[in-house]
Design a protein around this ligand. Structure first.
Ligand SMILES: CC(C)(COP(=O)(O)OP(=O)(O)OC[C@H]1O[C@@H](n2cnc3c(N)ncnc32)[C@H](O)[C@@H]1OP(=O)(O)O)[C@@H](O)C(=O)NCCC(=O)NCCS
Length: 439
């Protein structure tokens, strides 16, 4: 039996590929004013400091909606929203400046404190803010004059990149400036999406209030395509304003070429780190990339396949295959790849004269079993056989005969398999032979 690995060591090792992958990447992280008002702000900023120390180039986009609403309330004014967007009159603009200014100072102060008594003690963050967002007025839409509410006209990506190159964390606020010298209140979701697109960021990360994105089944979907996200927005589910705006920003970012947007529940401790440093994350990733898929194996997969099958060879479930054998047979293998990792494999050895193939080495990684991947791979391989004109599929197994029986395989004798294979039948293993006629 292999020695038990300490869970800490295991987690640290598992996060190593992500530490390498994220170094030098640009992430735009957006959060609402609720995060700034919360007692968890320090914890969030520790995690930001940790990302910075790992070489991630960070742009933070901080919202201020609750603080603006409070400033209005202090003046006896009601906030006014039309179509989810604030209508910013003269008084509201004053409140925006006041609230955004106070939030910015709060963030800069906390990011400057050297983070004593924290997991990031000694870390010193350099913060850059400025007139990076060039705005234009929303104007009059459907008869509503949005006054000082604006939208991003252009993001000064070059200036942001210079600050990032200098090693600073860039902080953006929901204020943009027009070429005529006016300030406009812009939705922070729009600022974040436009900035991620303009910078060609590697990720847009949204920290959501509540549980995050929750679908109609009440689950947090781990992955959505932009089309799925559109469908969820149109489904009529009561998603709430924050989720809707985050999803819309994710779609905009995806369409603008940002490969991945992660939507994560802010209030769950460490969710940002879990999302970024574990394979399965904890939130919802919006991407048009194939995060997981079935494909023919390539030479580069040999290491991944070996890692998958070796423990089963040690147990005696599978016959031993050397690296050399795998390299020679790699064209026979099909894999399921999940975010760069081989999580399942299977191989077909065909006997065209008998219109038959052997299915071998069907393995699903233990962390990904009982979720239908075995079935998915088997179906894929059966279809491949049929496409090649093969009519029978057989498998030799010592411990999985029931799994195959439930999928249409029947016991058979060594005499039923091609003669060339019979010659190599290992009597000692006493494997059961199961055969399926393909339609
Ligand atoms: C067999 C194997 C490929 C199935 O993969 P999987 O992704 O878990 O399969 P699925 O999710 O499609 O099916 C899971 C179902 O099969 C059942 N199952 C898993 N292993 C089984 C076995 N050895 N015998 C009978 N049923 C089994 C599970 O209990 C589950 O049943 P449920 O749906 O009723 O809960 C996987 O368990 C594996 O890698 N096993 C070790 C390698 C092996 O034995 N390979 C076959 C020899 S070539």
């Amino acid at each position: 039996m292999s020695p038990k690995v300490d869970p800490f060591v295991q987690h640290f090792r598992a996060s190593a590929p992500y530490i390498n992958a994220h170094r030098g990447r640009t992430f735009v992280v957006m959060f609402g004013g609720e995060a700034i008002a919360s007692k968890d702000l320090r914890t969030l900023l520790y995690d930001v400091a940790l990302l910075d120390s790992l070489g991630v180039r960070l742009v933070l986009v901080a919202g201020a909606r609750p603080q603006i609403d409070e400033a209005l309330a202090r003046r006896g004014e009601e906030p006014r929203y039309e179509g989810g967007l604030r209508v910013t009159d003269d008084v509201a603009l004053q409140c925006v400046k006041e609230a955004v200014g106070a939030n910015r100072v709060e963030l800069e102060a906390l990011l400057s404190m050297g983070l004593p008594n924290s997991p990031m003690a000694g870390a010193r963050l350099r913060v850059a803010t400025g007139n990076f967002v060039i705005a234009q007025p929303v104007g009059v839409v459907d008869g509503v004059d949005y006054e000082h509410t604006g939208k991003p006209r252009r993001i000064d990506a070059e200036a942001i990149r210079q600050r990032l190159d200098d090693g600073a964390v860039v902080v953006l606020t929901p204020i943009g400036y027009s070429a005529t010298g006016e300030a406009f209140n812009i939705s922070s979701y729009d600022v974040a999406a436009a900035t991620a697109v303009a910078l060609g960021a590697d990720k847009l990360i949204g920290l959501l209030e509540g549980r995050g994105v929750v679908d109609e089944a009440g689950e947090v979907p781990s992955q959505l395509t932009p089309n799925d996200a559109e469908a969820l927005l149109r489904s009529g589910s009561a998603l709430g304003h924050d989720v809707e705006r985050h999803l819309a920003a994710a779609i905009q970012a995806c369409e603008g070429g940002v490969p991945r947007t992660h939507l994560v529940a802010r209030q769950s401790d460490g969710s940002l780190l879990r999302e970024l440093f574990t394979r399965d994350g904890v939130g919802t990733m919006v991407t048009s990339e194939t995060f997981e898929g079935v494909r023919a194996a390539e030479q580069g997969d040999v290491g991944g396949i070996l890692a998958l099958i070796e423990p089963l060879e040690v147990q005696g479930t599978l016959v031993r295959r050397s690296r050399e054998m795998l390299e020679n047979d790699i064209d026979r293998f099909t894999v399921i790849e999940r975010d760069g990792m081989v999580v399942a494999c299977g191989a077909l050895y065909d006997y065209p004269d008998e219109a038959t193939a052997e299915l071998a080495c069907l393995v699903v990684h233990p962390d990904y079993r009982t979720t239908g991947r075995g079935d998915q791979l088997l179906l894929y391989l059966e279809r491949q056989c049929v496409a090649q004109g093969l009519r029978k599929l057989f498998v030799l197994t010592t411990q999985t005969s029931h799994w195959f029986r439930e999928r249409g395989f029947d016991s058979c004798d060594p005499g039923d398999v091609p003669e060339a294979r019979r010659a190599h039948y290992d009597q000692g293993r006493r494997s059961k032979i199961l055969l399926k006629t393909l339609r």
